[in-house]
Design a protein around this ligand. Structure first.
Ligand SMILES: [Zn+2]
Length: 570
């Protein structure tokens, strides 16, 4: 047991405003919380909790609105608002330029292929039949992975959870849980334990990066048929149809008609053992309920929050993201899923109150990114500009432009497009003795000829001043990691995006630098902390250094955020 010699907060009130910008170790509570609970709601755009608050109960989101700190103007400042990028930013307090997770997939220059963000061929999943089943996997990024092993190897900055482990000499217990591997692994950092849901196995799993064999309680949990209660049943509305904003719009033509699941309530999950049974669970509130149940098992069996050394639990709820992809953010399904999540949160807080005590728990909730609306929905309301996009057609035109242009005699210059980057073939460039920055510039000009493209930004562009578009270029630059980013970053117009992934058509896709994708809520709740709404512009990069400052420990190694003054004030 380390000796808790943390600075006494009562001697610090005059310094506290300064510590918001200068001194991450300046403030710490006399008694640190026993548990830090970091909740992420996948794709929770900043306005969505407020929009459904009138239909919510008391113990979930309303608990934050009534008793917590609500930052109502938080924006990510990176361009590629995808899941791993946001989760890594929440974990590390920094941008993809420094944490290295520039996208769900990127072209690995050493391996000469696209790789999936948390794949690691040095490791394997524990157990059998847990690998991604490519015949039924609907997540196109997961299908890129060649190895079944998973680890945080590609994360290039330390996380808040790592710093907690270092500060307490390894005695802080650190766990992260999510349906998605990329929702759990970055938050557990290099030092914690991550669990996620295998749709192939129908179980919560991990890799031998974390354990040599499963703890007995995990085997018991999985053997207890946690999915059986959903077999033969369906996702049903929580409230009467008329209680919903979108109650009269259940069947919208742009919603994905996933086989057997359908576009209208009730959405059948099918039967245990059906090919898409576990997938259907993740496209509904059931995925979050399973995540909650497993998180409760972690708290109970690992005895989180039971002594004076602070423990850390990250819970990332994925269903909201899947539902938004399939049905759109302005859909009855999205609206109802959020009400279910509200109940799930209330149950989590109630459980923590009984086991740890909310007075001993510091809670933060945010999102990995926001979400756009479905273009046909916006069209219906009068926006004629919103539309889905055919990136293949644009890239074909770019390739033809290269073949006719100044580099016509250099074959194979265009490597590939992997959202959001065009990668030039570096070996072709060097064999031809070409300057990659000059080639990138001419390719960017070709990309900008495609209709629907706002800007094609090269690495060199972002170092030039004055910027043509300071907000977009800053976000693109913050996404630039020399080892992993491509040569040209493609920014499509507002409310324009690709929605067809190898034949699977979805209602919406996030991943742009526009505000609907960067805008997320941030809530903090802890004993003695201020409450109320803060409308000042902040960013989710501020979360990790705020947690560090609150505990009086070192900020993550790459952190660029600032501790939030209200989180430090009592
Ligand atoms: Zn996400």
């Amino acid at each position: 047991m380390p000796i808790l010699t943390l600075p006494m907060r009562k001697f610090l009130p005059i310094l506290c405003l300064a510590c918001a910008t200068a001194g991450p170790t300046a403030a710490a509570p006399e008694q640190p919380p026993r548990l830090i609970l970091q909740i992420t709601v996948d794709a929770l755009r900043g306005d969505l909790p407020q929009r459904s608050l009138h239909n919510m109960g008391n113990g979930g989101f309303r608990y934050f609105f009534d008793k917590g700190l609500h930052y109502s103007n938080a924006q990510y400042e990176h361009g590629n608002t995808e899941t791993i990028v946001g989760h890594a930013s929440l974990a590390t307090g920094t941008t993809p330029a420094l944490h290295g997770m520039v996208g769900n997939i990127w072209f690995d220059k050493d391996e000469g292929r696209l790789i999936y963000n948390v794949e690691d061929s040095r490791y394997h999943l524990l157990g059998s039949n847990a690998d991604v089943d490519k015949s039924s996997e609907i997540d196109p990024t997961q299908r890129v992975a060649l190895a079944d092993g998973r680890s945080p190897r590609a994360l290039l900055s330390s996380t808040f959870s790592d710093e907690l482990a270092y500060a307490f000499n390894g005695e802080a217990k650190i766990f992260a849980v999510s349906v998605k591997d990329r929702g759990a692994i970055p938050l557990a950092g290099q030092t914690g334990k991550a669990f996620w849901f295998s749709k192939a196995a129908g179980e919560f799993i991990t890799s031998n990066y974390y354990y040599d064999s499963y703890p007995q309680w995990v085997l018991d949990w999985n053997n207890n048929s946690p999915l059986a209660r959903y077999s033969g049943k369906a996702w049903e509305l929580l409230k009467p149809n008329k209680a919903y904003r979108f109650g009269a719009d259940d069947d919208q033509p742009w919603e994905t008609d996933f086989p057997g699941f359908g576009r209208t309530f009730p959405h059948s999950w099918g039967n245990l053992g059906d090919k898409y049974f576990t997938t259907a669970l993740t496209l509904s509130p059931a995925g979050d309920q399973l995540t909650l149940d497993f998180a409760k098992a972690v708290i109970e069996n690992e005895q989180l929050g039971q002594d004076a050394v602070p423990d850390y639990l990250s819970v990332s709820f994925s269903s909201n993201d899947y539902v938004l992809h399939v049905f759109g953010s302005s859909s009855l399904e999205a609206e109802d899923n959020l009400l279910h999540l509200d109940q799930t949160l209330a149950e989590l807080f109630s459980y923590i109150d009984k086991t740890v005590g909310l007075e001993h728990t510091l809670i933060v909730l945010s999102a990995d990114h926001g979400a756009p609306d479905a273009p046909p929905y916006l069209n219906k309301l009068g926006d004629e500009n919103a539309h889905y996009y055919d990136m293949n057609a644009c890239m074909q035109a770019v390739k033809e432009g290269i073949e006719k242009g100044p580099y016509a005699d250099v074959e194979g210059l265009f490597g590939q497009y992997a959202h959001p980057y065009v990668y030039l073939d570096q070996s072709v460039l060097s064999q031809a003795g070409l300057d990659s920055a000059a080639v990138a510039e001419s390719v960017a000009k070709l990309v900008e000829k495609c209709s629907g493209v706002t800007a094609a930004i090269t690495a060199k562009d972002t170092t030039h001043s004055p910027a043509r578009n300071p907000v977009l270029e800053r976000r693109v630059w913050n996404n630039y990691n020399a080892r992993r980013s491509g040569d040209v970053y493609v920014v499509l117009d507002s409310n324009v995006y690709v929605n067809d992934f190898d034949g699977l058509t979805v209602a919406t896709t996030h991943g742009s630098p526009w505000n609907y994708d960067t805008f997320v809520p941030i809530f903090f709740l802890g004993k003695g902390m201020e409450d109320g709404e803060v409308s000042r512009r902040v960013s989710p990069y501020d979360i990790a250094p705020s947690l560090s400052a609150r505990l009086g420990i070192r900020p993550p190694s790459g952190s660029v955020g600032s501790p939030l003054a209200e989180v430090l004030d009592d």
